[in-house]
Design a protein around this ligand. Structure first.
Ligand code: IPE
Ligand code: IPE
Ligand code: MG
Length: 251
C-alpha cells in the first residue's frame, strides 16, 4: 500500500462506530462485551489520528435514539463511557489532546456529566488534536436546539432575521467553531447516516466498511485514509476547474 501523503489527510475525521453488538452476538457473547472491545478500538483510532496529525476527530458514541435500547445496555454504555474517560484522561494529557462533547448533555446522567466536565477542564489548554465525543447526539435535535436559540436571540433583538446566513446559523450548532468533517467512516456495513451531523456532512466524503467496530484495525484506518486521498473533491465545480487549481498550487 502506498504511504499516506501527510499533506492530504482529512483535517476533520468523523466516525460512526457501529457493529459492537453484532461482533459480540456472532461470538455468542453479551452485547456489552462488544462495547468493551469497541472501546479498545477507540483507543487505537484516537492514538493513530493524533500521531498522523489529524486536527479534529469526532466519534459518534451514543445517539439520541440509543436511549430506546434496553435499560441494561444503556446503563452498561454509560458506565463504560465514564470508565473510559477516567482511564484515558492521563493519556490525553500526554498526547496533548483536548476533549469536547456535542449532543444534549442535559439527558446524560449526572455522574457522567461530572466525569466529562472534569476531563474537559483538565484538557482545556491542550493544543493538539480536538477529540469530540457525540453523546446523546442527534442531528435533527441539534438543528432544533439551534433554531430555538436563534429565535430567542431574534425575539430579544440580539439578531435580525435579515442577517441569518449559513455562517451565523452554523455558530448556533453544537459544532460551532469546528470545521465540517472532510471524511466520515462508518463500520459494520450499514450505509446510512443515522441522524449524525446532518448539517455538517453536506460535503463530506463518505466511506463504508463491512468490518465491525471491534475488528477495525490500524491498517483498515490507513486503507480508508488512502481512499480519501484518491478522491477529487469538487464542491459543485467542474473537474477541470479543480485540476487547474491543483496546477496553480503546484506551480
Ligand atoms: C455501536 O454498536 C455502538 C453504539 C451504537 C452505542 P451497536 O451497539 O450499534 O452494534 P450493532 O449495530 O447492534 O451490531
Ligand atoms: C449509530 O449507530 C449511533 C452510534 C454509532 C453511536 P446505531 O446502531 O444506533 O444506528 P442504526 O440504529 O443502526 O441506524
Ligand atoms: Mg448499530
Amino acid at each position: 500500500m502506498n504511504p499516506l501523503d501527510p499533506n492530504r489527510l482529512p483535517v476533520h475525521l468523523a466516525v460512526i462506530m457501529d457493529g459492537n453488538g453484532r461482533w459480540a452476538q456472532q461470538r455468542m457473547l453479551k452485547r456489552v462485551i462488544g462495547h468493551q472491545r469497541g472501546a479498545e478500538t477507540v483507543k487505537m483510532v484516537v492514538e493513530q489520528a493524533s500521531l498522523l496529525g489529524i486536527k479534529y476527530l469526532t466519534l459518534f458514541a451514543f445517539s439520541s435514539e440509543n436511549w430506546s435500547r434496553p435499560a441494561l445496555e444503556v446503563r452498561a454504555l454509560m458506565t463504560l463511557l465514564k470508565k473510559y474517560i477516567r482511564q484515558e484522561t492521563g493519556r490525553m494529557m500526554r498526547k496533548n489532546i483536548r476533549y469536547n462533547v456535542i449532543g444534549n448533555r442535559s439527558e446524560l446522567p449526572e455522574d457522567v456529566n461530572e466525569t466529562l466536565d472534569e476531563a474537559i477542564r483538565k484538557t482545556a489548554d491542550n493544543s493538539g488534536m480536538v477529540l469530540t465525543l457525540a453523546l446523546s447526539y442527534g442531528g435533527r435535535q441539534e438543528l432544533c436546539r439551534a433554531a430555538e436559540q436563534l429565535v430567542e436571540d431574534a425575539v430579544a433583538g440580539r439578531i435580525s432575521s435579515k442577517n441569518i446566513n449559513t455562517e451565523i446559523f452554523e455558530s448556533y450548532l453544537d459544532t460551532g467553531g469546528l470545521p465540517d468533517p472532510d471524511f466520515l467512516i462508518r463500520t459494520s456495513g450499514e450505509m446510512r447516516i443515522s441522524n449524525f451531523l446532518l448539517w455538517q456532512l453536506a460535503y463530506t466524503e463518505l466511506y463504508f466498511t463491512e468490518t465491525n467496530w471491534p475488528d477495525f484495525t490500524i491498517s483498515e484506518l490507513h486503507k480508508a485514509l488512502a481512499d480519501f486521498q484518491s478522491r477529487e473533491r469538487r464542491f459543485g465545480k467542474t473537474g477541470d476547474q479543480i485540476a487547474q487549481r491543483g496546477t496553480l498550487l503546484n506551480a
